[in-house]
Design a protein around this ligand. Structure first.
Ligand code: FES
Length: 238
């Protein structure tokens, strides 16, 4: 587990159940440890909370969380994603929380490749989701692939690395949904995030884009969900 990236690590209290959150990830309900960040509401470009019926299925969306500059994929899949017990390359055990919602099929993953931290920028992305209708040899695979060095991850099994040089699975974003309010939140991260390496490596670019390192590292309380094709001007597939 990384040092200063984490504000706090805790086992989540069952008090959350009592507070009316209805779609708890199984890992959280079981009081397993997750890395908690500031809770952020997921909204559309107009600031309206997104809900399951407003998310196009099998299409990659991006939102930045827990920091202003750290992008994640949001995917509404067509099958449930079960929680998984995983280990980081250093042997740290963690529970990847699986999907949320009635279908347990809404998932989110850090879009920063755990190999050498390629990520979707405003200019381009080589880290992409290949859905059922994608043309070419990746058609129908429902996988995330990083074209930098060809690591492949499976969002259907909690971001598991299935090919390539990455030594870790994709870090999974912990989501919650409040049915009464019809709101979805990001609340934490499970797995190896590598935010320290990401910020160190991309210092100059992030300063340029966000005005300062402090702005890039600001924790978000609201995260705008955008189609990947709109977030990145050039979607490079391989
Ligand atoms: S940076 Fe993604 S595979 Fe190397």
């Amino acid at each position: 587990m990384e040092r200063r990236d984490f504000l706090k690590t805790c086992a989540v209290s069952t008090a959350i159940v009592a507070s009316g959150v209805v779609f708890l990830n199984d890992a959280r309900a079981a009081n397993l440890p997750v890395t908690m960040y500031k809770k952020a509401l997921l909204t559309d470009a107009n600031g309206k909370p997104i809900w399951f019926d407003t998310i196009a299925p099998d299409a990659p969306f991006i939102f930045n969380y827990p920091y202003a500059a750290t992008p994640n994929f949001l995917l509404l899949l067509d099958l449930p994603v079960k929680p998984m017990d995983y280990e980081t390359s250093e042997g740290g055990k963690y529970k990847a929380p699986g999907g949320i919602g009635n279908g347990k099929n809404l998932v989110a993953y850090s879009a920063i490749c755990p190999h050498q931290w390629s990520y979707p920028t405003k200019e381009f992305t080589v880290v992409n989701y290949y859905g059922k209708k994608d043309p070419g040899c990746m058609q129908g695979v429902q996988l995330i692939k990083c074209c930098a060095h060809l690591s492949v991850f499976d969002p259907k099994i909690c971001g598991k690395k299935v090919d390539g040089p990455a030594e870790n699975h994709m870090a999974m974003i912990v989501l919650e949904a409040n049915e009464a309010k019809k709101e979805i939140y990001a609340v934490g991260v499970a797995g190896k995030t590598q935010y320290t390496e990401f910020f160190d490596l991309n210092k100059q670019e992030l300063r340029k884009e966000y005005g300062s390192s402090a702005n890039a590292k600001a924790e978000v309380e609201k995260a705008t969900v955008i189609r990947l094709e709109k977030y990145s001007a050039n979607v490079i597939k391989c």
